[in-house]
Unconditional design. Structure first.
Length: 85
């Protein structure tokens, strides 16, 4: 993996992890404002990642795996949040 692909790797992984933390805060802890504060960071990170992928600065395949895992957590915690509220 070259340096640019490594940057893309860390951006997509970091953005996905921060997004998941925000979703847990929102869906499990029911703290929407706290989640929005967390998502402010992940939104910028993932915006930079996907802009870089669009510009062909990196393409390492992690984005699909990270996004798939991220949406599994989104779906499960969404259902849980609806169930407990």
């Amino acid at each position: 993996m070259n340096a640019d692909e490594l940057k893309g790797f860390y951006l997509s992984l970091g953005g996905a992890i921060i997004s998941v933390i925000g979703v847990i805060v929102n869906n499990v802890m029911l703290d929407h404002i706290g989640a929005m504060q967390i998502w402010a960071f992940s939104n910028v990170i993932l915006l930079v990642y996907f802009y870089g992928e669009y510009k062909c600065w990196w393409s390492n395949g992690l984005s699909s795996a990270a996004l798939c895992a991220m949406y599994v957590v989104f779906t499960v915690t969404n259902l849980y949040g609806l169930w407990i509220s």
